[in-house]
Design a binder for this molecule. Structure first.
Ligand code: TYM
Length: 329
């Protein structure tokens, strides 16, 4: 059984991009592997968060994990800040990470560009992400394409620690879907679909009402021409919509092309909206039920307890190897 770990930030609403790029694989892997899925609140505060909104979003994202199909009897679901060792190992890893490595991170460049004042937390974020993964000695990390670079740095840090202080960490592998690793914006297929985009028409949120989803898809940008054909270089907008279709309807790209041969974009978009709604609506029903019962609090408590057992063991080993004095003598 492999160890699997991943996390999602509680900043803004979760999107269909998060679901297709990451959560669908969480749900698949939980049946065969030992899984740890967390809401990464310590990462979210690397940009300013309103306290009440952060609390609400953290609970909401955790509830969405369960509503989307993560079974707490199979996978450990928890909140990052509930397992203190993440922050501690994150700090230790900042001491092993070079400024140049952090300066190269495209997520940092994107999030800091054009800002007058950039928090140091945003800069050292990848060291904390490496700690998240390595503290469980994860073998596999299911993520979308945009996290690949952070994963590479995590692997480098694991090697570096092992070389300097002796074999300690497993070198993790990214687990990235073939289609849907980068779901693009509905208004511009050269940009990633993102919950932080100020144009709400550019993304589908998992909590958007069905009619809003239908409207957003009907307004989604399409390429010139009318052929439903998967060709990311020449037809990026329609190829992006086809990727979403493929995930939501469980159909291959070839099957989708054949189905809409000669029909144009209209019928394709109409059916796409219904497939997306068919995936999202049951998630929303379960989500509302979970929020109503408050069961998420027990799930998160148990998840954090189980995760802490492993995390505490790793941090003790790391501190021993690095030469910290043991408080128990
Ligand atoms: P975050 O919160 O931005 O995104 C969560 C996951 O969703 C994927 N994703 C997408 N996949 C496809 N298309 C998109 N448009 C799209 N948008 C987001 C992301 O790739 C990610 O897998 N640094 C991470 C959170 C993190 C983490 C970790 C992940 C912290 N610690 C440890 C894995 C392991 C982040 O900001 O993800």
């Amino acid at each position: 059984m492999k160890k699997v770990l991943s996390g999602i930030q509680p900043s803004g609403q979760l999107t269909l991009g998060n679901y297709i790029g990451a959560m669908q694989n969480f749900i698949k892997l939980q049946h065969t592997e030992e899984c740890y899925f967390m809401v990464v609140d310590l990462h979210a505060v690397t940009v300013p968060q309103e306290p009440g909104a952060l609390r609400e979003q953290t609970e909401s994202v955790a509830a969405l994990f369960i509503a989307a199909g993560i079974d707490p009897a199979k996978a450990n679901v928890f909140v990052q800040s509930h397992v203190r060792a993440h922050a501690e190992l994150g700090w230790l890893f900042t001491t092993l990470t070079n400024m140049g490595e952090l300066e190269r991170m495209t997520q940092f460049k994107d999030k800091s560009s054009g800002k007058d004042s950039v928090g140091a937390g945003l800069f050292v974020y990848p060291a904390l992400m490496a700690a998240d993964i390595l503290i469980y000695n994860a073998d596999l990390v299911p993520v979308g394409d945009d996290q690949k670079q952070h994963l590479e740095l995590t692997r480098d840090l694991a090697h570096r620690f092992n070389q300097r202080f002796g074999s300690t960490f497993t070198i993790p592998e990214p687990f990235i879907p073939k289609v849907g690793a980068r779901v693009m914006s509905l208004d511009n297929a050269s940009k990633k679909m993102s919950k932080s985009n100020p144009n709400v028409g550019s993304f589908i949120a998992l909590l958007d009402p069905p009619d809003v989803i239908r409207k957003k898809i009907s307004r989604a940008t399409t390429d010139s021409g009318r052929e439903v054909k998967y060709d990311p270089a020449n037809k990026p907008e329609i190829s992006n919509l086809m990727g979403i279709y493929s995930h939501c309807a469980g159909m291959s790209l070839d099957e989708i092309e054949a189905k809409y041969d000669g029909q144009g974009y209209g019928p394709f978009k109409k059916d796409l909206a219904e497939h997306v709604v068919a995936v999202i609506e049951p998630i929303q029903t379960r989500y509302n039920e979970i929020r109503r019962t408050g069961e998420i609090h027990d799930i998160l408590k148990q998840g954090a307890e189980r995760a802490s057992l492993i995390a505490e063991k790793t941090i003790a080993e790391v501190k021993e190897k690095m030469g910290f004095l043991n408080p128990r003598g």
